[in-house]
Design a protein around this ligand. Structure first.
Ligand code: BV8
Length: 252
């Protein structure tokens, strides 16, 4: 059923002593914020399941799979090349900046786990960001497995800077692949006191299940999203509206 609305202490105001002074192991966050495509929407980055449900004319499920890459690597490479190139045309928005300001105020007490592969959190100033689905500005070598920072077009088949093989793919977690840093994420969810989800439809696992995990471990849970998501019923509280308004309001 629907959980009673409850107010959340404002983490930035509440902070009096640094995390370490409160007996928290350094690096064990009190607040975990999960972000999805909705936090980048106001920067002009299209979401996956917007009105037409397409991204650059593709359904993400049709191109974001190892099978699609094996079947038609050029199309998949070009899909990600286009999104990588588009990064230079967008800027972080107020929501990204508010999370960076919160991190500046609370340090290790905050961990941002993002499903997004853009670099807008980092460009807004966030330093503790886990890209559980990989990053556009990174390439993965299928020969040696190394991830290397990368800008430009992978469809130009650049060689791996480590082993020299010409077998670089987008460093992105596709459907059927294991997300990055799940241990760190699960540990943070088990220890946090507040789990906030921003701009995600709750359609893809394991990210969509994080709210339930955090709740089982006793965290308070808050959803900030444009509209109710598939995960809304699992949150203690849900606020609906654009992230550019909701996130600065929550942080302030
Ligand atoms: C795994 C990178 C095992 C690529 C992505 C059957 C049932 C349940 C699960 C499965 C199943 N069959 C298969 C699975 C597993 C599968 C899955 O969940 N499939 C779904 C389709 C059912 N998952 C996987 O395969 C994952 N791997 O499970 O491995 C495992 C598990 C645990 C531990 C170890 C091993 C890997 C999935 C990763 C796929 N890669 N992205 C790329 O970017 O190209 S997925 C991609 O879609 C995103 O990364 C994100 O995760 C997902 C959902 O996207 P959102 O970010 O939520 O964006 P969306 O458009 O959907 O929603 C935007 C939201 O924002 C909306 O709610 C909207 O209202 C809101 N919004 C819009 N504007 C604003 C706004 N909010 C605020 N302000 C605004 N202005």
């Amino acid at each position: 059923g629907w959980y009673p609305l409850c107010t959340f202490p404002n983490p930035a105001r509440e902070r009096t002593a640094p995390a370490s002074a409160r007996g928290y192991a350094a690096g064990v966050p009190r607040i975990v914020v999960l972000t999805g495509a909705g936090i980048s929407a106001e920067s002009g980055v299209p979401t996956f399941r917007g009105p037409d449900g397409l991204w650059e004319g593709h359904r993400v499920e049709d191109v974001a799979t190892p099978e699609a890459f094996d079947a038609d690597p050029e199309t998949v490479q070009r899909f990600y090349d286009a999104r990588r190139a588009a990064l230079t045309t967008v800027e972080p928005n107020r929501a990204h900046r508010a999370l960076a300001e919160l991190e500046a105020a609370v340090g290790d007490d905050l961990l941002v786990v993002t499903q997004n592969i853009d670099d807008l959190h980092e460009r807004a100033g966030s330093q503790r960001v886990v890209h559980m689905h990989g990053e556009l500005l990174s390439a993965l070598c299928r020969a040696c497995g190394r991830r290397t920072p990368f800008r430009g077009a992978l469809s130009d088949h650049p060689p791996c800077p480590v082993c020299g093989a010409v077998d670089l793919r987008p460093d992105v977690v596709w459907f059927g692949e294991v997300p990055y840093r799940m241990q760190d994420i699960q540990q943070a969810l088990a220890s946090c006191e507040l789990f906030v989800s921003v701009g995600t439809s709750g359609a893809v696992y394991p990210a969509a299940g994080f709210v339930q995990l955090a709740r089982v471990y006793g965290a308070r849970t808050l959803e900030l999203n444009l509209e109710p998501s598939e995960g809304s019923p699992y949150f203690h509280e849900a606020r609906h509206g654009p992230a550019g308004l909701l996130v600065p309001d929550w942080v302030s």
